[in-house]
Design a protein around this ligand. Sequence first.
Ligand code: ZN
Length: 314
Amino acid sequence: MSIIKNVVTLCAVGVIASLGYAAQAQDITTQHNEHHQRLLQGQTAVYEEINLLDTLAMKELEISENFNLAAELYGSDWNQERVNPYNATKMELPDSMTIDLSNFSIPHNGYITSNYGWRRRRMHRGIDIKVQTGDTIRAAFDGKIRLTKYERRGYGYYVIIRHDNGLETIYGHLSKFLVKPDQVVKAGEPIALGGNTGRSTGSHLHFETRYLGMDINPNAIFDFNNKTIKTNMLAFSPKLLASKGPSTIHVDGTKYGYNNGKSGGSGAATYRVRKGDTLSRIAQRNGTTVNRLCNLNGIKRTSTLRPGQVLRLR
Ligand SMILES: [Zn+2]
């Protein structure tokens, strides 16, 4: 009797257990089906995409080429600490390259308050745009947030985006981040609010456009007055630019400043002459001319340089 009772009890437990299991199994089946449904929906999207690829083969190819461009240029280098972890001057770079700028957004439609170039003996690697603290700052092109950081004596709160087209853009003096590192963004997407942080007097956006860490005058890319771009395809020679040091980039017959991030990059205002130096070599390496060096230092082209002698560069 007791055995039967035990069996009954066991059975009852068994029933309860299997009921519980059945309920659970029901759940799993439902979840599984939902999962399948989602997969199927996803599959439909993939098929549609393939059809689109067939129809717009050229367009899609361009996009994938763009996408591969950033991957090809930067490889696995995804540094989330430094502004310029690259050394373009030591890289094998192509003779010619075009950057697709067609899918763009002006980061902010304020006017330019300070331009790219030498400014009070320091190289200003970007342009300053007037913003009010709290204004929305937008991604210039499609891309991925490489870093968001704070630099008290420099950029303040700043964001760097690596774009699918191979460019990187920097946004400085921000008051608030609206994105996180590794986040994928579209051109025009809000990434931050403008501000007055870091080395800044008065709220403004400091905006830089870079290619492998080399800064390009943003005016070569954007027409800030007309809120558009200068050209759909920016053609230039990365090899030439990386090897030449401070130089110019030609867009629509106009020359724009460019800096390879090496020479003159420290913003040095003076140069200490080393053994074997010539005026032309010093000029070339520091992005200036022999004439300018002569004028600044009250010397002649034919003057003998002494090792240890300090020359003014700016
Ligand atoms: Zn600035």
